[in-house]
Design a binder for this molecule. Structure first.
Ligand code: HEC
Ligand code: HEC
Ligand code: HEC
Ligand code: HEC
Length: 156
């Protein structure tokens, strides 16, 4: 074979060999021991414990209603009934111990995450009632006109 073919061939083989060698040292011992129920066995067993150690931040809305009855009963039957309180008010695992009161986000961006009108004809996201944030009363906060806990009530 000609030299100009052989030289790059050796380089390529060298690279493959180097990768295989480094793999011996760099792949953790518990990689792939879980069998093939994860795609191609590409799974590190200790990753399960790492995720288990991630602290919980949310508590779910059933508990919010024990103290905030008005908001919970308004939201419970509203068009926003499927949205968690903490989706808008932030994680609140230790509230009201810490923090005693949650900071309230009244920004338009809070609502526009879901209500900016997007042209997704084949997705359910496109069917969510949306507005054009540039023309829909840009000077005011959404909650000045819409009740976030009962958005279908006639706007003030
Ligand atoms: C054990 C009772 C209790 C529970 C459970 C509770 N809260 Fe509270 N919450 C309070 C108290 C007390 C305050 C403080 C009121 C104050 O200082 O004006 C407060 C304040 C707030 C405020 C700020 C109100 C304001 O006017 O500034 C928000 C928002 C709030 N809570 C949301 C939630 C959410 C969301 C949950 C569920 C994850 C929740 N709370 C669970 C008792 C509770
Ligand atoms: C769609 C977003 C959204 C959801 C969902 C939501 N809130 Fe609120 N919440 C707000 C906004 C915005 C305000 C501020 C309203 C204002 O300025 O008039 C607020 C205000 C509050 C306040 C202060 C008192 C008041 O009414 O102004 C409490 C307490 C509260 N929310 C509790 C809850 C609880 C409990 C739930 C779940 C049952 C909940 N919220 C769900 C957006 C939300
Ligand atoms: C997590 C997504 C989400 C967020 C955040 C959210 N909404 Fe909604 N909103 C919804 C869904 C879902 C509906 C119900 C749509 C339906 O059933 O047609 C809805 C319904 C509404 C409606 C009623 C539209 C109608 O059919 O008359 C208004 C108004 C509204 N939301 C205003 C707000 C305001 C104001 C905020 C911010 C305080 C907000 N939304 C935040 C998801 C969201
Ligand atoms: C000055 C009052 C006012 C403010 C501020 C306002 N809206 Fe509205 N909104 C209305 C009125 C009135 C309607 C009824 C339909 C219309 O006139 O567009 C409405 C309708 C809607 C609808 C239903 C649209 C539909 O297709 O039926 C949604 C969703 C909505 N608003 C979300 C928002 C969001 C999100 C914000 C903040 C970014 C906001 N609005 C700010 C007054 C307001």
């Amino acid at each position: 074979m000609k030299n100009h073919v052989l030289r790059p061939l050796w380089v390529a083989l060298g690279v493959v060999g180097l990768v295989l060698l480094l793999r011996q040292f760099m792949v953790p011992d518990d990689f792939g021991v879980h069998g093939r129920n994860f795609t191609y066995g590409f799974h590190r067993l200790s990753n399960i414990e790492e995720w288990r150690a991630v602290p919980v931040k949310y508590r779910g809305k059933a508990e919010c209603g024990q103290c905030h009855e008005d908001e919970a009963s308004a939201a419970g039957t509203s068009l926003h009934r499927n949205i968690q309180c903490e989706n808008c008010h932030g994680p609140a695992l230790a509230h009201p111990d810490s923090p005693a009161a949650l900071p309230i986000n009244r920004s338009r961006e809070l609502c526009l995450r879901c209500h900016a009108r997007l042209p997704y004809p084949t997705s359910l996201r496109g069917t969510l009632k949306g507005i054009d944030p540039i023309t829909h009363y840009p000077e005011a906060l959404c909650s000045e006109c819409h009740n976030p806990h009962k958005p279908e009530v006639e706007v003030s």
